[in-house]
Write a protein that binds this ligand. Structure first.
Ligand code: PCA
Length: 194
């Protein structure tokens, strides 16, 4: 069986939960061709990436999917690209607030996801769940994380992508949201599309 490292984030920005980790926790231990290894990671620049890269070294996964919250988005959004830029409009959970720094000094401007995000979007959409390709993962910790992963593994057999998910109804009264079970189902369908 192949191994998939799948991560979600701890809460940040004053939220009590992060739907990314809540949804990852709901996933089965195995699905399709993959055994799932789950990890919750900190919303801290650099440290998020270190945590995932260390875990990946330990378990040698075939694929890595990192999941994060994108409050305000209406659907599931697999990210096509990661850029070499940090710009934080709010401090991370360790108080860092970089303004226009590279994720990796001297690194390429951008990396494309190495998992088939377009296929994932088709499969999730066909199941009736709102889902579209995103061409910007932002400039906060999520982008930093996937940039580091693609920088480390882009030229190897370890394939990776990032998936942003919306709020769940429990978090908001006026912003778009999807039920947690729907987000988890979308992630499982996306894994099936790899
Ligand atoms: N979302 C943030 C960081 C952690 C998370 O869940 C982001 O989009 O960068």
């Amino acid at each position: 069986m192949k191994k998939l490292l799948i991560t979600g984030f701890e809460p940040f920005g004053g939220e009590k939960i992060n739907p990314s980790w809540e949804a990852v926790k709901l996933l089965p231990e195995a699905t399709g061709d993959f055994e799932l290894i789950k990890a919750e990671i900190p919303v801290v620049f650099e440290k998020a990436a270190e945590t995932v890269l260390e875990k990946a070294k330990e378990i040698s996964p075939d694929a890595i999917i990192c999941v994060g919250q994108a409050g305000g988005r209406t659907g599931i959004t697999p990210e096509m690209v990661a850029i070499n830029l940090r710009f934080a409009s709010i401090p991370d959970n360790a108080g860092n607030q970089p303004k226009d720094e590279p994720c990796v000094p001297g690194g390429k401007n951008a990396y494309f996801a190495t998992l088939p995000v377009r296929k994932m979007v088709s499969a999730v959409s066909e199941a009736g769940i709102p889902c579209s390709v995103s061409y910007s993962a932002g400039t906060y910790v999520c982008n930093d994380l996937i940039y580091h992963i693609l920088h480390s593994y882009g030229e190897t057999d370890i394939k990776a992508c990032f998936i942003h998910v919306p709020f769940i109804p429990e978090q908001t009264t006026d912003k778009p949201s999807l039920p947690l079970e729907t987000i988890a189902k979308a992630l499982e369908i996306a894994i099936g599309a790899i």
